[in-house]
Design a protein around this ligand. Structure first.
Ligand SMILES: [Zn+2]
Length: 309
């Protein structure tokens, strides 16, 4: 199992190391290239935002998209503060240092093996079904489309950093929180059946539209069981299977404690462009159609496992 095995080996090593155990993973499959971007971190919040605002709500709470260069905020002050310098400083701070990642490079020096993997399209209508789910969610009002309106954005360093201000989202999300609190509904949001939500069972997961989207076709894949956020080789296979069958989407995993709903295992997916895909990489090891590279000159550090299909 070349791609899955190699990706899991790297992640397993990272999870067992104090300085690399918070991880974000993004998987995509574009132009016949199946890619896993793995971002190791040692801490959750960027110190420069915390020091500047002295308010734990006024910061970037980096998830996978932030680690990949797309900073999304619902706060105008945070948007203003997010200059190229401040973003670079914040992401550089939370990323594991290059020295502390050396053990992964040493492990990879032992070589990787590109073995035969079954990567066929098994779910022929998945992309069409998921697109339909999203459209119906918008039509019946379950997806609050206003979350994606009046979005302002700025980009730096030839598009390697994109900062996006979703001004419509804040008001909608805080209003809904107050309503839920008054109804005593602050239980696991994935376990309660929200009105208008359409559930699509797939591969031990339930796919549904995100009611408060950050980006186009923002969906969630929620485990059929209420189990804690985790990742293993099987879950990596689920991510790969998803993007192989739904190639216009990218799928992300946010490892604890870097996600807001830790109690229930989930992935997020959507159609968005990730600046990291333009970042320079340097190959560490390769075999056949499989290779592992590291990001070079990008403001977060990370590894890219890539298989040419
Ligand atoms: Zn749950």
């Amino acid at each position: 199992m070349g791609f899955i095995r190699t990706t899991w080996e790297i992640i397993e090593l990272l999870l067992n190391n104090e300085k690399t155990k918070i991880i974000n993973v993004i998987m995509s499959c574009k132009n016949k290239r199946l890619k896993a971007f793995i971002f190791p971190r040692w801490t959750r919040l960027p110190i420069n935002y915390v020091a500047h605002f002295k308010n734990s709500d006024k910061t970037i709470k980096p998830g996978s998209s932030e680690m990949a260069g797309l900073i999304i905020t619902v706060d105008e002050d945070v948007y203003e503060y997010s200059t190229a310098k401040n973003v670079r400083e914040s992401m550089d701070y939370i990323s594991t240092s290059r020295d502390d990642l050396q053990f992964i490079c040493e492990h990879l020096n032992q070589g990787i093996k590109d073995t035969e993997e079954k990567f066929a399209k098994e779910f022929l209508f998945l992309e069409k079904d998921i697109d339909g789910l999203w459209k119906r969610g918008i039509n019946n009002g379950f997806v609050k489309e206003e979350c994606m309106k009046n979005i302002e954005s700025k980009s730096y360093e030839n598009g390697l950093i994109v900062v996006q201000y979703n001004r419509g989202r804040k008001h909608i999300v805080s209003k809904s929180k107050v309503e839920k609190r008054s109804k005593g509904e602050e239980l696991c949001p994935y376990c309660i059946q929200e009105e208008g939500r359409e559930d699509y069972p797939w591969n031990n997961y339930i796919v549904s539209a995100n009611p408060y989207p950050y980006y186009d076709h923002h969906i969630v894949l929620v485990n059929q069981k209420h189990i804690y956020q985790f990742i293993d080789a099987d879950e990596i296979k689920v991510m790969a299977s998803f993007v192989l069958n739904v190639p216009s989407y990218s799928v992300v995993y946010n490892g604890p404690p870097g996600t807001s709903i830790l109690g229930h295992m989930h992935f997020q997916a959507g159609r968005y462009f990730l600046p990291v895909e333009k970042a320079e990489t340097s190959v560490l090891v390769s075999d056949g159609n499989l290779k592992v590279s590291e990001l070079v000159g990008f403001f977060t550090r990370g590894f890219v496992v890539e298989k040419l299909l």
